[in-house]
Design a protein around this ligand. Sequence first.
Ligand code: GRF
Length: 201
Amino acid sequence: ARLVVLVSGSGTNLQALLDAIDADPAYGARIVAVGADRDGIAGLERAERAGLPTFTVRLRDHADRAGWDAALTDATGGYDPDLVVSAGFMKIVGPAFLARFGGRIVNTHPALLPSFPGAHGVRDALAYGAKVTGCTVHFVDDGVDTGPVIAQGVVEVRPDDTEDALHERIKEVERRLLVDVVGRLSRDGYRIEGRKVLIPA
Ligand code: GRF
């Protein structure tokens, strides 16, 4: 499967996918491009180091969100992906993007959805006093972190946890979960039936 990965930050989820693809010729997917909503991030450096094409679509370069959404859709579409992986991409894709890639966009979120959706899932779980949290890999629909769940991983919250310490522990689970899910979707195919994701084998 052809993957386009979208990033906004350090890109360690991207790196986990790159490493898995390098390590296993039978992984069943390859990254054809990496996109971002901002320049100067480690995620883009990781992509360049891997010799991958990159593109950046910045909100401020467009008159409005619709213009940004259209530009992101065109840039991503130019690489003809089978699957789009949002790995720490911190923007909500719009109607144009969903119309083009809906049902083929996988997102990873650092909380156990439907708990703690949005941009501060780790901080919110900690502030709430949750005893366990974790990460969710799901398909993107027209809501925010509301699409059909593919896989989840649980991480214990420790009494002395800071947001960063907890997020790092979550990311260890998240990277393994994302690599496993993307590989299975790519190799085995899948069907989405309502809120259920069916992956044969
Ligand atoms: C991940 O935990 C992702 O779920 C969240 O931000 C983090 C991105 O990490 N949205 P990285 O850029 O893949 O290192």
